[in-house]
Design a protein. Structure first.
Length: 323
């Protein structure tokens, strides 16, 4: 196979991926730095944490991709990068990295839609995979990626007709939330699949995700049905069963009663210390400080590190300016 060799950079969500692809098909190297373990404690992706992890790993991933492909900058014809959709902070890391490389190395920069990248993955060949025919048009493609679930018709390259899509939640979101309800951890898809493989009963009936009068999907009913089945599986809410885990782990903040919400808010205010002066009528000296984590103990936040009673907190008490 012969064709242009593209350096491809992907950072739309929680994985830093860099690949070298020849002719739009043959993969020479494909290196991915996953953040699954990083986001597992929170049960979902934290955008700011994901962006910082991209900054940490994007250069080592590029170095490994070069080493695996055995090529250099003189062999590269262009640089491709995901421009969206995705998490804004994560996308910025990959886009700015690709723009800098393209500018310094004087290579063409190609912006790639994240969802189109999923569609064209069907054309790719692994490094040791034998040649096979390309997909033949017209074709129907199903994309199930993170927050996107849709069905399209492709009559030619880069020509799409939307046939159906989710009307509420995405499939991946449904799996993650069901995994959280069951206390199975994150990501929910693999955890639910592993738990289902060891199931001893298969009598639970769930609604269909496909809406029969169209090609659209709906996954919110699946989550509701799962919650109800879990609730019926345990005799009491506080018992150490699945239902107990749901009451402790799976309850969203919207389930709080008004009294619980008020008590939670008041406790947060007590812990956070005094409020900072409002903008109206604020003096210039008041604008030079703001509460810090270590000094939010009920007394006025200190403006100088020397005023902090604990030397270990001196760094956190450094002066801050502005809002």
């Amino acid at each position: 196979m012969s064709g242009p060799l593209i350096l491809a950079i992907e950072s739309s969500c929680d994985e830093t991926g860099i690949a070298l692809v020849e002719g739009g098909r043959r993969i020479h190297s494909n290196v991915v730095a996953s953040q699954v373990a990083l986001h597992a404690p929170t049960g979902g992706i934290v955008p700011e944490v994901a962006a910082r992890a991209h900054l940490r790993w994007i250069v080592p991933v590029l170095d490994e991709a070069w080493a695996a492909a055995g090529v250099g900058w003189n062999d590269i014809d262009a640089i491709g990068v995901t421009y969206g959709p995705g998490l804004a902070g994560s996308l910025l890391v990959g886009i700015n990295f690709a723009k800098a490389l393209a500018y310094v190395r004087r290579k063409p920069l190609v912006a790639v839609n994240h969802l189109e990248g999923h569609l064209y993955a069907a054309w790719l060949l692994d490094p040791a995979e034998a040649e096979r025919p390309e997909p033949v048009f017209p074709l129907v493609a199903l994309v199930v990626s993170g927050g996107h679930t849709f069905l399209v018709e492709m009559r030619d390259h880069l020509t799409y007709r939307l046939l159906g899509q989710t009307v509420d939640d995405a499939a991946g979101e449904a799996f993650d939330k069901v995994g959280r309800l069951l206390g199975l951890g994150y990501p929910g898809g693999p955890a639910v699949m592993a738990a289902a493989a060891g199931a001893t009963r298969r009598d639970a009936v769930f609604p269909r995700a496909w809406l029969g009068d169209s090609y659209d999907f709906s996954f919110s009913g699946l989550k509701t049905a799962t919650r109800r089945i879990i609730a019926r599986a345990a005799p009491t809410r506080g018992s150490p069963t699945i239902r107990g885990r749901v009451s402790r782990m799976g309850r969203p903040p919207s389930w709080r009663t008004d009294s619980r919400r008020r008590s939670w808010t008041s406790s947060r205010r007590r812990r956070s210390g005094p409020r900072r002066p409002s903008g109206r009528g604020r003096s210039s000296s008041a604008a030079a400080w703001r509460p810090t984590a270590c000094c939010a103990s009920g007394s006025r936040p200190r403006r100088r590190a020397a005023e902090c009673p604990s030397s270990s907190r001196a760094r956190a008490c450094a002066p801050t300016t502005g809002r």
